[in-house]
Design a protein around this ligand. Structure first.
Ligand SMILES: Cc1cc2nc3c(=O)[nH]c(=O)nc-3n(C[C@H](O)[C@H](O)[C@H](O)COP(=O)(O)OP(=O)(O)OC[C@H]3O[C@@H](n4cnc5c(N)ncnc54)[C@H](O)[C@@H]3O)c2cc1C
Length: 505
């Protein structure tokens, strides 16, 4: 389980908080009203052409690196001519985000988060709600009033249902789409994609922004490591290797959640108006819908997707001493298997183990009655020589934590994922090689470097073979196909989704 319980926060609140935070830090130069026209890389860096939309002034900005977090219609992705593979889901949606104390009375029936009104959807906070009115593609949403849109959703398949709306916070449209970019970086590795520019999914499951934050965290610490000079070329290569498979899995999963709702009209098949009736048919329909949702309840309970994702990349040292623990979309299986996020737990003095991690790498070292881990100072020495910031955390007689963490030594990365684990270290060279792989210094020669670990890391040949196999798998960037998509399309420079906003074109 995570250290903090997960929280639900409206994007409207989250983004305002993030904006304020960004304005307060000297590390960020926030410029609203500037539009990126195009971005290019040379062999040495990046040149971006941007326009101040208020006065029309265009300037060129140069930098070493750039990360395109410019949303689904990303100019960065289009400038780089990176194909986006996937397709739209039928229809488009008129969304209204509003406050209503009147509607808040619904919570007396039990607090809810999502309310599906056979065909439409309502999301509810205490007194703040969002309605999603699904429309056919040819509908003209400008002819639908904001209040009318809310009433139509609340009425579901019946007449529009009126409530007193105190304040409309947002009115907008979105076109659901499932797609993943085929590459996450430019050919020379100076420009990267993150967030919706790299992947798009439908809102079911709530994966979009969560994945975007995951991307930002992953590319963020890796760029820092490269700029600070203690990482090799494999570090940035691992970004796509780690984050793209997560996107492929989650985007497909969001479609599976959507299909669960889409199946309801089939269950009702012609008897929708009997759903509320006190008849045998009404009871049978309600039972079938109940069973359908009980059997397909992954939308907000797929903990394997939300917490259990594991990375395989050139900077993860594979564990060849046992079988990888099973993974399913629905279950969270706590493990320190390399590439996973280690489990949170409280130590004997009630300290959360995560709170002991350093800002960069952390070697978590469990010591029992007998010290079985060997010469762990080899790690400190190797890190010092290589200039890698490493915190060494020694935990004595923490038997419960040791059992859950599965190994005496666990090397944790700055983003909290496991780089390597083992029970012992007996050679100085092993520490050096593990760290070299963990910071991507053996990008080109990973086989050699891992082979050299034979003595201490485990049966080295398998380690090397596995690392090689993983590299091959990752470089095989096949176009992604998603079951929910209306049709499959690969788009590049000419990316055009129906109903794009003017700013996106
Ligand atoms: C109805 C709905 C419900 C959702 N619910 C959830 C949820 O519950 N959980 C979740 O995790 N995610 C959810 N999402 C997804 C989430 O909103 C997105 O994944 C997230 O906003 C993507 O963030 P981003 O920064 O990558 O892109 P965006 O939010 O699209 O931001 C891109 C930014 O770049 C700017 N920009 C674009 N082009 C240019 C240009 N040429 N020059 C300068 N600036 C430019 C845009 O103005 C914008 O500010 C939902 C989405 C929708 C539509």
């Amino acid at each position: 389980m995570p250290l903090e319980p997960w929280q639900r926060i409206s994007q409207e609140i989250f983004e305002a908080w993030l904006k304020q935070l960004s304005e307060e830090t000297d590390l960020i130069d926030l410029r609203f009203g500037w539009k990126l026209e195009s971005i290019l890389e040379s062999e040495t860096g990046v040149e971006a052409t941007v326009t101040d939309v208020n006065c029309g002034k265009t300037v060129k900005l140069t930098s070493r690196y750039a990360v395109g977090c410019d949303g689904a219609s990303s100019r960065v992705r289009r400038s780089l001519d990176i194909p986006l593979d996937g397709g739209p889901v039928p229809g488009f949606v008129l969304l209204v985000h509003f406050k209503s104390n009147d509607l808040a009375r619904l919570h007396k029936q039990g607090r809810f988060w999502h309310l599906f009104m056979t065909g439409e959807q309502v999301m509810g906070g205490a007194d703040t709600f969002t309605t999603h009115l699904f429309l056919p593609m040819d509908a003209d949403e400008t002819k639908i009033g904001t209040e009318e849109a809310v009433y139509r959703v609340l009425g579901g398949m019946y007449q529009p249902y009126e409530v007193k709306i105190d304040q409309v916070l947002v009115r907008s449209t979105y076109r659901p789409s499932v797609a993943v970019a085929r590459k996450y970086s430019s050919p020379h590795g100076w420009i990267y994609l993150a967030g919706d520019s790299a992947h798009q999914n439908i809102p079911t499951g709530g994966y979009g922004m969560n994945m975007g934050l995951g991307d930002a965290y992953d590319i963020g610490w890796k760029l820092a490591a490269v700029i600070q000079g203690w990482a090799g070329k494999g570090m940035l290569q691992s970004y796509e290797e780690e984050r793209r498979p997560v996107a492929l899995t989650n985007v497909e999963r969001s479609g599976i959640h959507m299909a669960v709702h889409a199946a309801v009209p089939k269950i009702l098949s012609g008897f929708a108006h009997e759903l509320d009736a006190n008849t045998d048919k009404g009871r049978q329909l309600r039972k079938e819908i109940h069973q359908h949702y009980q059997a397909n309840d992954g939308e907000n309970t797929d903990l394997g997707i939300e917490m259990g994702y594991r990375y395989t990349s050139v900077i993860i040292v594979p564990d060849t001493t046992g079988e990888e623990p099973s993974w399913t979309a629905h279950e969270y299986n706590p493990t320190t298997w390399p590439g996973s996020r280690p489990p949170h737990l409280f130590l004997k003095d009630n300290t959360a183990i995560f709170d002991l991690f350093g800002k960069y790498f952390t070697l978590v070292h469990f010591i029992g009655e007998r010290d079985e881990a060997g010469n762990t100072e080899y790690f400190d020495e190797a890190a010092k020589v290589m200039g890698i910031p490493l915190k060494h955390v020694t935990l004595k007689n923490e038997d419960h934590a040791r059992a859950l963490w599965e190994r005496n030594l666990v090397l944790v990365r700055p983003d909290g994922h496991v780089s390597w684990r083992s029970n012992a270290i007996s050679h100085r060279s092993t520490a050096l090689h593990v760290l070299e792989v963990a910071v991507g210094q053996h990008f080109a020669a990973i086989r050699g470097s891992v082979d050299d670990q034979l003595v201490a890391v485990g049966p080295g040949r398998e380690v090397a073979q596995q690392a090689n196999k993983n590299s091959e798998l990752r470089s095989n960037s096949n176009p992604a196909k998603f079951t929910i998509a209306e049709y499959f399309k690969s788009q590049d420079k000419d990316y055009k989704l129906d109903k794009m906003g003017d700013f996106q074109k």
